[in-house]
Design a protein around this ligand. Structure first.
Ligand code: PLP
Length: 452
């Protein structure tokens, strides 16, 4: 049996090498190691083609909130495919799943947000945001308000607008990005860039960069500020406690829109439906994707405040924007069933009162490890930052590849963690039990010991 599995893996890896261009992958490294082929999943576990079992500490890619193998989502999707696999929501059309989903999401979102624009992904959603905020200001008679302020090391997707809004220098370098009209301010990364300030002082300083930038660009030219509640792909960077209150003060002072990118944080990861509630924020637009369907079917969207929706939906002609798969019926059916599961199993309440406190306290034990500079997290998301010198908070030379080594060591021990540079990321399904968290911490410890 083993040789049969090995043969299957070999032929898949050969075909992969010959025909598959992977996203965000160094092809030379891939060719040397061979692609890791995941074949099936159940609960919080994955199995690769060789039959190795892995605990999925990343919920796929921050998205499988309800865990794998949910028969009721499979059934809902199959039923919808049978009944109406596709129809569009363009040109005054729609269908029951998209309408019901919009209504459902409006009921879960902050009170002042009662409309949804559907897309196929987080990136498309942020493209939508860029176009929608500019449309809003045009309709308000302020067409000069075009610039969007974002942050360094933010991640808002990989389309031209998404990558421009993001602050990843590696992405900007490939393709002359950002596009005009997108500017960036420093990120609130206290551990790495705090420069000896207290977290509180640093948080204030980082937030005040927004005001400086608004004044520099001119309030009349700024359309919006976009941010993740905590940076995800940037390394799970959680702003100091002073950051969001100061940003709120600035947003209240200037007439600009606020886009909160909740592609990772939405649908329960913080122990609230949305991180807007967790951080007490009142965004004008919320970007959603990932946990919206738990990744079972691709889908994204923008939750739109009444303030913006009232302008976009007024008698002003067409908003010339949309995607064939906006509100796709099968994706909407998956999302509705996913939300039903979250509600029925009280997953978010369980995260807030039980699972998240347990995960975070167990992970804090890893902070004692000589390789670990900081463990940070909230809800069901966390980062373990690996450093060369704990006392001096000195990072490794990036060429050493400590994070990559640790990630591979995790795999060896049957655990998936992602590495962002030398920061190890954890964002598991919300369904994880205490026993599974214990297993995660035990395996992470073995991987840290191997890496040290
Ligand atoms: N925004 C955030 C905060 C994300 O984390 C991501 C993906 O990781 C995106 C946007 C882009 O979403 P997608 O990959 O579905 O286009």
């Amino acid at each position: 049996a083993l040789t049969q599995q090995q043969q299957k893996l070999d032929s898949l890896q050969t075909a992969d090498k010959q025909h598959f261009i992977h996203p965000f992958t160094d092809s030379k490294g891939l060719a040397e190691k061979g692609t890791r082929v995941i074949e099936r999943a159940e609960g919080v576990y994955l199995w690769d083609v060789m039959g190795h079992k892995l605990l999925d500490g990343m919920a796929g890619l921050w998205c499988v909130n309800v865990g794998y193998g949910r028969q009721s989502i499979v059934d809902a999707v199959a039923k919808q495919m049978q009944q109406l696999p596709f129809y569009n929501s363009f040109f005054q059309c729609s269908h029951p799943p998209a309408i019901e989903l919009a209504q459902k999401i409006a009921s879960l979102a902050p009170k002042h947000m009662n409309n949804v624009f559907f897309t196929g992904s987080g990136s498309e959603s942020n493209d939508t945001n860029l176009r929608m905020v500019r449309r809003y200001w045009d309709l308000k008679g302020k067409p000069s308000k075009k610039t969007i302020i974002s942050r360094d090391n933010a991640y808002h997707g990989s389309t031209v607008a998404g990558a421009s809004l993001g602050g990843m220098s590696g992405m900007h370098e490939q393709g002359d990005l950002p596009i005009p009209g997108v500017v960036h301010i420093a990120q609130p990364y206290w551990y790495g860039e705090g420069n000896g300030l207290s977290p509180e002082a640093f948080g204030l300083q980082a937030a005040q960069a927004l005001e400086t930038k608004i004044l520099e660009v001119g309030e009349d030219n700024v359309a919006a500020f976009i941010a993740e509640p905590f940076q995800g792909a940037g390394g799970v960077i959680i702003p100091p406690s002073t950051y969001w209150p100061e940003i709120k003060r600035i947003l209240a002072k200037y007439d600009i829109l606020f886009i909160l990118d909740e592609v990772i944080s939405g649908f329960g990861r913080t122990g609230k439906w949305f991180a807007a509630e967790y951080f007490d924020l009142q965004p004008d637009l919320i970007t959603i994707a990932k946990g919206m369907t738990s990744g079972y079917v691709p889908m994204g969207g923008v939750i739109v405040s009444d303030k913006v929706a009232d302008v976009i939906k007024q008698d002003c002609g067409e908003f010339t924007h949309g995607f064939t798969y906006s509100g796709h019926p099968v994706a909407a059916a998956a999302a509705l069933e996913n939300i039903r599961i979250i509600e029925q199993e009280q997953l978010i309440e369980r995260v807030e009162s039980d699972t998240a406190p347990y995960l975070q306290s167990r992970l804090q034990e890893l902070a004692e490890h000589p390789l670990v500079g900081e463990v940070r997290g909230l809800g069901m998301v966390a980062a373990i930052e690996l450093v060369k010198d704990k006392e001096l908070k000195q990072a490794f030379d990036s060429a050493v590849g400590v994070g990559t080594f640790c990630r591979d060591a995790c795999i060896k021990h049957g655990l998936v963690m992602r590495s962002v540079g030398d920061t190890m990321i954890i964002s598991p399904p919300l369904t994880m039990t205490h026993n599974e968290i214990d297993e995660l911490v035990a395996k992470a410890t073995l991987a840290l010991n191997d890496t040290y």
